[in-house]
Design a protein around this ligand. Structure first.
Ligand code: GLN
Length: 538
């Protein structure tokens, strides 16, 4: 039996009601009491991981230190808990079935009929326990994605129902997060959907210990009373997560209601005073900083903001650190490309810009136009991954004079493949999990902007890309002022920046610095961008 306690978080009524934030908040309330906490996200879809999913539908793919392509909730967990999680912290139906079927083929279930109960549920339980054992945490939060009642979620709910029996009542806790909608005509809070979702949970044998009700405005006493009654819980076990100005305030409002203390006591842990001072400081800085910096966000999936959620959060962390309020101006590169807006109008009046990561051809010429404008107007810019690669293309074309220069991702027949596949990537024929993924060391060049920002010679940053800047063109690029300021151990380009004579602040990173930004440890490239955009020395 694992030594860890388990907190299972389920959701009712609707998805996207902030279950991940509640799960992360419970984690923070426990870690701030001195306990080690991890968090697992269960995604009941059949994909093995999030790597091949469209960011429009699912939001960002969050990359872990060990190269997992995971659900964006892992990003919330890492930011709230200030820990590095692994790919094992994201369990999907695809992974579970894949391994059950492989075991069956290897003959590990010889003679048996392989079934959802017990084989699939055993696989789920052993994956959850494996994370708890390998990480040795005191508490493992396990969030079950989707909504109670979904067909896909059933084997997972059954597995955690069994875990209560096997781990013991005092080692397990069920938290149900459900939405109580408000009628727009009368403003009345309706509890019926919450009641039904609790019934649905009970029907499969799970009685929640705690209910967190999501509402627009603070929960009314009468609504709380009704929910408690239907949930067979004392009113003190019904909590309320109402809309607040920032997700980072959610743990604080739940702490004020006594959630941290209840969870600790219920799990047989000593309850202490939580150390949330720094967190509170961060929330105050975040919400009180009033000096605006306008940052253009140039990319392709800009209509679903969740596609770039870690970048948006990283800007908030850096903003709070500097006492600045980043105001984001989303610029859809396809609009520039297809002539719906011109680049001058799109970028007029911005103080700085991020050229966002991305894949594929659509919107690329729009991004290149934006990059040229940002370079010529000397606007502070951070190019991330594809953003760096397309800067190389822009500079090769317009400063070096290599007509038709391109990345072979977009133009495989370009005469000047300034961004190209490495030989070993050429032979890869599958798309799932085959990119350069996860953290690896980056050696920063002394005297560079990057070195000045990180204040370190070597940093570990996370990657998710297939193409690389082509070293054959480096001499030409450096001759026009685009210099390499960070290298991988095998000599691949990791960071590039313009000579200060050409541009005051341009940083392009092949890695994704956003994945390691934390509220109290802002990522240096974002701090640099905001400082440069606001004219603050760094
Ligand atoms: N499409 C580019 C590549 O695969 C960049 C990827 C990214 O921006 N994450 O290399």
């Amino acid at each position: 039996m694992a030594k860890a306690r388990f907190v299972f978080v389920t959701g009712g009524v609707l998805s996207s009601v902030g279950k991940g934030i509640v799960a992360a908040s419970i984690g923070l309330l426990l870690s701030s009491r001195g306990y080690s906490v991890g968090a697992v996200k269960i995604d009941p879809y059949i994909n093995v991981d999030a790597g091949t999913m469209n960011p429009y539908a699912h939001g960002e793919v969050f990359v872990t230190e060990d190269g997992g392509e995971t659900d964006l909730d892992l990003g919330h967990y890492e930011r709230f808990l200030d820990v590095n999680l692994t790919k094992k912290h994201n369990i999907t139906t695809g992974q579970v079935y894949l391994s059950v079927i492989m075991k069956e083929r290897r003959g590990e279930y010889l003679g048996q009929t392989v079934q959802i109960i017990p084989h699939v549920t055993d696989e789920i339980k052993s994956r959850i326990r494996e994370v708890a054992e390998e990480t040795g945490v005191d508490i493992l939060i396990v969030e079950i994605g989707g909504t109670v009642g979904d067909i896909e979620g059933l084997p997972f709910l059954e597995a955690v129902r069994q875990m209560r029996l096997e781990e013991g009542f005092d080692k397990t806790l069920f938290v149900h997060v459900a939405l109580a909608p408000e009628l727009s005509t009368t403003g009345e809070q309706k509890t019926k959907p919450v009641q039904h979702s609790i019934q649905e949970l009970r029907r499969i044998g799970i009685q929640p210990d705690i209910v967190v009700v999501r509402t627009r405005r603070p929960l009314e006493a009468e609504a709380r009373r009704k929910i408690a009654l239907h949930a067979t819980l004392p009113e003190s076990h019904v909590f309320n997560s109402y809309d607040v100005d920032t997700i980072y305030r959610v743990p604080l409002i739940l702490e004020d209601q006594g959630l941290g203390s209840l969870v600790a006591r219920r799990l047989g842990l000593q309850d202490g005073k939580p150390r949330l001072d720094e967190w509170r400081w961060f929330v105050e800085k975040l919400t009180n900083s009033s000096r605006v910096v306008r940052i253009a966000m140039v990319g392709k999936y800009t209509r679903l903001r969740d596609s770039y959620i870690s970048i948006v959060e990283a800007l908030k962390h850096a903003g709070a650190h500097l006492g600045l309020k980043p105001e984001l101006h989303w610029i859809e590169a396809t609009d520039i490309e297809e002539g719906r807006v011109d680049v001058e109008t799109a970028l007029e009046g911005v103080d700085g810009a991020i050229v966002l990561p991305g894949f594929g051809k659509r919107g690329v010429e729009g991004k290149i136009k934006a990059i040229r404008y940002l370079r010529e107007r000397r606007i502070p810019t951070l190019g991330i991954c594809f953003g760096l690669q397309l800067t190389v293309v822009e500079v090769a074309r317009n400063l070096v004079g290599l007509e038709g220069a391109h990345t072979t991702e977009v133009d495989p027949a370009t005469p000047h493949p300034v961004v190209d596949l490495l030989p070993e990537q050429r032979s890869v024929d599958r798309l799932g999990g085959t990119m350069r993924l996860g953290a690896s060391p980056v050696k920063l060049v002394e005297g560079s902007i990057a070195h000045k920002l990180y204040k370190l010679d070597v940093v570990m940053e996370r990657h998710r890309h297939r193409y690389e800047v082509n070293n054959k063109y480096l001499d030409l690029l450096e001759a026009v002022g685009l210099k390499v300021s960070g290298w991988s151990p095998r000599g691949l380009v990791e960071v590039m920046e313009f000579d200060r004579k050409i541009h005051p602040f341009y940083l392009g990173t092949q890695f994704h610095p956003e994945f390691k930004s934390r509220p109290l440890k802002p990522s240096p490239p974002f701090v640099g961008l905001l400082a440069a955009s606001a004219g603050i020395a760094f």
